[in-house]
Design a protein. Structure first.
Length: 86
C-alpha cells in the first residue's frame, strides 16, 4: 500500500474526524473507542479493544434491570483510559 496523507481540521473542542478510509482500515464503527499512543513524538491511533467480553455475567448486578448500554459505555471509557496509560 502506498503512503496516504489526510489533512483534517481540528474543531474548537479539539475534535478531528477520522477519514473513512482510515476507519475502514482500523475496522472502526460508530461509537467505537480509539487509543492514542505517543512514542518519541510520534502519535499512532488504534482501536481500543475491550477485553471484558469473556467476563460477561461474572458479577451479579447491583440493581435490575441492568442498563447494558451504560455499562458498556463505562467499560469502554475505562479501557480507553488504560490503553493510553492514564
Amino acid at each position: 500500500m502506498s503512503e496516504q496523507q489526510y489533512i483534517m481540521s481540528v474543531t474548537s473542542k479539539g475534535q478531528v474526524t477520522i477519514p473513512a478510509p482510515i476507519r475502514r482500515l482500523l475496522g472502526l464503527k460508530r461509537n467505537d473507542k480509539v487509543a492514542f499512543r505517543v512514542e518519541s513524538n510520534v502519535v499512532t491511533v488504534e482501536p481500543a479493544r475491550s477485553s471484558l467480553q469473556p467476563l460477561y455475567g461474572a458479577v451479579e448486578p447491583l440493581s435490575r434491570p441492568e442498563d447494558f448500554e451504560q455499562m458498556t459505555e463505562i467499560a469502554h471509557q475505562e479501557q480507553a483510559l488504560r490503553a493510553v496509560g492514564r
